[in-house]
Design a protein around this ligand. Structure first.
Ligand code: AKG
Length: 218
């Protein structure tokens, strides 16, 4: 979204966000991806237990995911839940096919997660949580009367390398990139400009295909 709309770009590069990410990744930061995750009121959509890094094809785990609340994320509206300490266990096997309305693109999930160990992460609009790519997380359906809107923002250390193809892109948002492992994303200069939309569609198709490959190699 940061290549086709200006407001997610501004939010993902806001100094308060980057100062927090710097504490986790160090001074050199790439912005990898920004996506809205919306759950409509009363919809059955849920997010199954998963780890972000499992299917992105990276050679390392110097990454952090931010989730910025743009509306109230409460227990009723389906705030994220996380399993404390799960980031220390490395990559877990993901299956495909929950049989339900799983918001995740490939309907992937980790089976056997004990919900009673989960910690709810409610957020007021403007608050954000940060989790590592091995952290097991999920969310339940939105039973409130309001939309639950989050902005998911992915940051990487520049030494991360894509192993599934050689055309991945990112944007240097702080510090320096001494590695050159990614092509350059072009920041949005307007909203939904046709050329930016074409570039996003092409990159999206490439990435979606490679996620499936990564899941299949479980
Ligand atoms: O929005 C959600 O409920 C889940 C978000 C998520 O999976 C993520 O931020 O990695």
């Amino acid at each position: 979204m940061h290549t086709v709309l200006t407001s997610p770009l501004e939010l993902a590069t806001h100094p308060v966000m980057l100062d927090t990410v710097e504490q986790l990744l160090g001074p050199d930061i790439l912005l990898y991806n920004v996506v809205y995750i919306v759950k409509e009121p009363g919809s059955a959509a849920h997010v199954a237990w998963h780890q972000d890094l499992t299917y992105w094809g990276f050679d390392n785990d110097l990454q952090v995911s931010a989730w910025l609340a743009l509306s109230p994320a409460t227990t009723d509206s389906g705030a994220m839940m996380m399993i404390p300490g799960s980031h220390t266990g490395g990559r877990l096997v993901h299956s495909v096919g929950t049989g339900g309305p799983n918001v995740l693109d490939n309907d992937q999930y980790v089976s056997g997660v004990d919900d009673s160990e989960a910690v709810q992460c409610p957020l007021a609009p403007g608050e954000a949580s940060f989790h590592h790519g091995w952290t097991l997380h999920a969310s339940r359906p939105n039973t409130s009367s309001d939309r639950r809107i989050g902005l998911n923002i992915q940051y990487l250390h520049p030494s991360m390398r894509q192993t599934l193809h050689d055309q991945d892109t990112a944007m240097l948002v702080r510090g320096t990139d001494d590695h050159g492992n990614f092509g350059d994303d072009i920041p949005a200069t307007g909203n939904l400009e046709p050329l930016a939309m074409v570039r996003r569609a092409e990159q999206g198709a490439l990435i979606k295909g490679s996620y499936v490959t990564a899941l299949e190699s479980n």
